[in-house]
Design a protein around this ligand. Structure first.
Ligand code: SF4
Length: 450
C-alpha cells in the first residue's frame, strides 16, 4: 500500500462552534421538506433546533428514537438525494448540511457519553437475527429497546456486514462502526460471530432453541457475473471480494499479497454504482498506477452518487462511458494481459490491463433457503415476503428484510424496511405468546375442572 494515511476518512467533521452556527441557519420550517426526504422520517428540525441551542444530549435522544446508526448514516447516506435535497434552502444552493450535523452529534455523544440507555427487562419474547448488517442491527436495536431478548448470528468474525466489509475505511472508519455496534450490544443484544446459519446450524435448530421468531437480514452475498469470454481468469475479481480483502488486510487478518492488487497495477472496474466507485478509489489507495471505470451507459444513468463520482475523478479515476468489455485475455501468471473494449457499439479496441474488477450487482446466497423447508424465493433468489404480517416469509415465524428481499437500495432504505419488519415481528410475537398463554390457561382449567 502506498500510504496507510490514504485510507484516512476523506470528509472532515464540524467543530462545536461550526456545528452550532450551521444548526442556527435552519428555518425550523412548519412543513419540513428535510423530514419528508428522509427515508426513516427523522425529526430533523427538532434535533437541529436542540443542537442550535447547545442541547447536544437532547438532540441525540431525538435522533436515537428513530435511528440505531446515526454516525453511519451521517457519513454514508445519500443526503444530496434525501434530506438535504429536500431542504427548502436547497433551491438557493444553501441547504443545511444535515448529514454532517448528524455525524457531529453522534460522534460528540460517543466521545462525551451524553446519553446512556438502560437495558430493559427482556421478558416480552425472543428473536434470532441472522446477519448483522444495517437491517439486522436495526431489528436488534428496535426490538431490544422494546423488551425482547435478541441474539444475532453472524458468519463473519466481526459484526457489521456491509458496513464492516463493503464500505471502505476512508468513507466509513471501522471504529465508527464498532462504536455503533457497541451501543446495540449495550442494549443487551448477544452476538454469535463466525457462526453461519445454513452450515453450523439451521433455522429449525434456532426454533428448537426456543426463539419466537427469526429475522433473515443476510443481504446479497453472491456477486453477479458478466458472461464475457475469459472472465474465469484469476485476474478478474469481484468488487465485494476485493473490498473485503482490503478490510481484512487493514485489520491485520491477512497479508498484503492476499489483497491481490499490487503497486503499479493497471486496473479497470466494470459498473458504475457506489460499489464500483468504492472499488476504484480503493484500488488507487492500494497503489494502482491507473484505474478506469467502464460503464455501458452514460454519466446521467450511473447509480453512484454524483459526489462520489466527483471525488473519484479528483483522485485520478478515469471514466469510460457507453462502453463494454467484450473479451478478456489472460497473462502468464495470475494477471491479465489485456481486455477488449467496445465504445458505443464500435469495433473493440485492445487495452493493456493487469486486473479487472466486476461491480455489476449481487444477489442473495442460497445457504439458508436451501437448508430450510418452506422459504420461497423468486427467480433471482430474493426471499419472498408478505404484506401482512409485513416481512414474513412463506415460512411461519421467519421474517426477512433488507437487501435479501430486493426492496431496499441503500443503508438507510434497509433500515427503514427493517423498522417496519420489527413492528410486524413485535405484533406477531405478542399475539403468538398471548395464544400460548390462553392455551396454557385452558389446559390448567381443564385439569382443575375435569
Ligand atoms: Fe431546516 Fe431545511 Fe429542514 Fe427547513 S427544510 S427545517 S431549513 S433543514
Amino acid at each position: 500500500m502506498k500510504n496507510m494515511n490514504e485510507f484516512k476518512e476523506v470528509s472532515t467533521s464540524y467543530s462545536v462552534a461550526e456545528a452550532v452556527r450551521e444548526a442556527q441557519r435552519c428555518l425550523n420550517c412548519k412543513v419540513p421538506g428535510c423530514k419528508k426526504g428522509c427515508p426513516i422520517s427523522q425529526d430533523i428540525p427538532e434535533w437541529i433546533g436542540q443542537l442550535s441551542q447547545g442541547n447536544f444530549g437532547n438532540a441525540m435522544s431525538i435522533i436515537n428514537a428513530k435511528s440505531n446508526l446515526p454516525a453511519v448514516c451521517g457519513r454514508v447516506c445519500a443526503h444530496e438525494r434525501q434530506c438535504e435535497g429536500h431542504c427548502v434552502l436547497a433551491k438557493a444552493g444553501k441547504h443545511i448540511n444535515i448529514g454532517k450535523l448528524e455525524r457531529f452529534i453522534a460522534d460528540f455523544d460517543s466521545k462525551a457519553g451524553l446519553t446512556h440507555e438502560g437495558i430493559s427487562e427482556k421478558s416480552r419474547g425472543s428473536v434470532a437475527v441472522i446477519g448483522s448488517g444495517p437491517a439486522g442491527l436495526t431489528i436488534a436495536g428496535d426490538m431490544a429497546r422494546k423488551g425482547f431478548r435478541v441474539e444475532i448470528f453472524e458468519m463473519e468474525p466481526e459484526p457489521g456486514g456491509v458496513l464492516q466489509f463493503g464500505i471502505p475505511e476512508y468513507r466509513l472508519p471501522r471504529k465508527v462502526v464498532d462504536r455503533e455496534i457497541k451501543k446495540i450490544e449495550n442494549l443487551g443484544v448477544v452476538f454469535h460471530l463466525s457462526t453461519t446459519v445454513g452450515r453450523d446450524l439451521t433455522v429449525d435448530d434456532l426454533f428448537d432453541r426456543g426463539f419466537d421468531a427469526i429475522f433473515m437480514g443476510t443481504g446479497t452475498g453472491r456477486p453477479r457475473r458478466l458472461p464475457i469470454e475469459g472472465a474465469d481468469h484469476p485476474g478478474v475479481r469481484q468488487a465485494i471480494w476485493f473490498l473485503r480483502r482490503v478490510s481484512l488486510y487493514q485489520s491485520g487478518c491477512i497479508d498484503r499479497k492476499e489483497v491481490v492488487i499490487s503497486e503499479g497495477d493497471h486496473i479497470a472496474v466494470i459498473g458504475c454504482g457506489n460499489t464500483a466507485i468504492d472499488a476504484a478509489r480503493t484500488a488507487l489507495r492500494m497503489g494502482a498506477a491507473s484505474v478506469k471505470v467502464i460503464y455501458h451507459r452514460t454519466i446521467n444513468e450511473m447509480s453512484a452518487l454524483r459526489s462520489e463520482y466527483e471525488d473519484a475523478v479528483a483522485e485520478g479515476v478515469e471514466f469510460i462511458w457507453k462502453s463494454s468489455v467484450t473479451r478478456i485475455i489472460g497473462g502468464p501468471d495470475d494477471k491479465l494481459r489485456s481486455i477488449f473494449v467496445s465504445t458505443d457499439g464500435s469495433e473493440p479496441v485492445e487495452m493493456p490491463l493487469d486486473r479487472l474488477i466486476m461491480a455489476v450487482g449481487s444477489v442473495p446466497a442460497s445457504r439458508i433457503v436451501s437448508t430450510t423447508a418452506g422459504i420461497e424465493v423468486d427467480d433471482h433468489g430474493y426471499v419472498l415476503t408478505r404484506e401482512e404480517p409485513y416481512g414474513m416469509t412463506t415460512r411461519r415465524g421467519v421474517f426477512a428484510g433488507g437487501d435479501v428481499t430486493n426492496r431496499p437500495a441503500t443503508v438507510v432504505h434497509a433500515m427503514r424496511d427493517a423498522k417496519q419488519v420489527a413492528e410486524s415481528m413485535i405484533r406477531y410475537i405478542d399475539a403468538k405468546r398471548l395464544m400460548e398463554q390462553l392455551s396454557r390457561d385452558e389446559a390448567d382449567m381443564s385439569r382443575t375442572n375435569p
